[in-house]
Design a protein around this ligand. Structure first.
Ligand code: 8IG
Length: 276
């Protein structure tokens, strides 16, 4: 397991400097983190400026999960400079929270004020079909960890005890619904993962107020709010959660469902980003 940097903010700042050097863009305005199955959207999000392999930037481990791309892609959508992170790190890979949020901290150090987090999730609402995009309205961080663990943030960063009253920006959710009026909204439960849930765990999560469940996003959202960025979260519900279907859960089905939803995802992301 990789060691957390002694100052993860310093590491993010050095990654942002290297990204600026490699991409030729002194700043980026918004970042999109592409979750499982969202990789195909990377090719259609905007005008390509530069591709930087994530492994070439300080602090980024090479992604190991199928359906992720190993790229930091810089694109422009109109005047908006967008950083597309085609991969993310997960707790279940053995990474500490500081590594899981390193992409978001790097993007914010590179100038991003808007953070778009995408993922694939299991859904509990029987009215949601497979391939349904859902706005994340709020979250349950059930990972048992936090990006705010460790030494206090350095003096030039905001202190710990981040206000999480509005993790997912109401303004950005409204903007997303203006682009794609059919989008439902729900509460995302983030678990450490590595295995899907048991039916009993899904009943527990429903009782706790969750509408969908996954293995990412919640730590990145906290890290982004800590640094003052506005967060939009979009889950692609690619399977009914365990116990809601007779089908066994399979990562290949997830990727197939996501692929079919790509055109709607691209239109939604572009529509939001060009109106920032
Ligand atoms: I896609 O049902 C996807 N990711 N934890 N549970 C969890 N993560 C998921 C699920 C699911 N589906």
């Amino acid at each position: 397991m990789d060691q957390p940097a002694s100052d993860p903010y310093e590491l993010a700042s050095s990654a942002a400097s290297e990204l600026a050097r490699r991409s030729g863009l002194d700043r980026h305005d918004a970042v999109v983190v592409l979750g499982s199955g969202w990789a195909a959207a990377a090719d259609e999000l905007g005008e390509l400026v530069a591709d930087t392999p994530l492994g070439d930037l300080p602090g980024f481990p090479t992604p190991t999960v199928a359906g992720h791309l190993n790229l930091a892609r810089s694109v422009t959508i109109g005047a908006v400079r967008v950083l597309v992170l085609g991969g993310r790190s997960h707790l279940y890979e053995g990474h500490p929270a500081s590594t899981v949020v390193h992409g978001v901290r790097t993007a914010i150090a590179a100038g991003c004020r808007t953070v778009v987090l995408t993922n694939a999730a299991g859904g509990f609402n029987p009215q949601w079909t497979v391939g349904q995009p859902v706005l994340i309205g709020d979250q349950l961080n059930l990972t048992g960890t936090s990006p705010m663990l460790g030494p206090p943030p350095p003096p030039h960063k905001p202190p710990r005890f981040v206000d999480l009253t509005e993790v997912y920006s109401r303004r950005l959710r409204d903007l997303a619904r203006a682009v794609d009026p059919g989008l439902p909204e729900g509460v995302y439960a983030g678990l450490v993962g590595g295995a899907y849930e048991t039916p009993a765990e899904i009943r527990m999560l429903r009782a706790m107020g969750a509408d969908m469940v996954g293995m990412s996003t919640v730590l990145e959202a906290i890290a982004a709010r800590h640094l003052g960025a506005d967060v939009l979260g979009i889950a692609l519900v690619t399977n009914p959660a365990a116990g809601l279907t007779d089908e066994p859960l399979d990562h290949t089905d997830v990727l197939n469902a996501a692929r079919e939803a790509t055109p709607r995802m691209v239109a939604l992301l572009r529509g939001v980003l060009e109106k920032l």
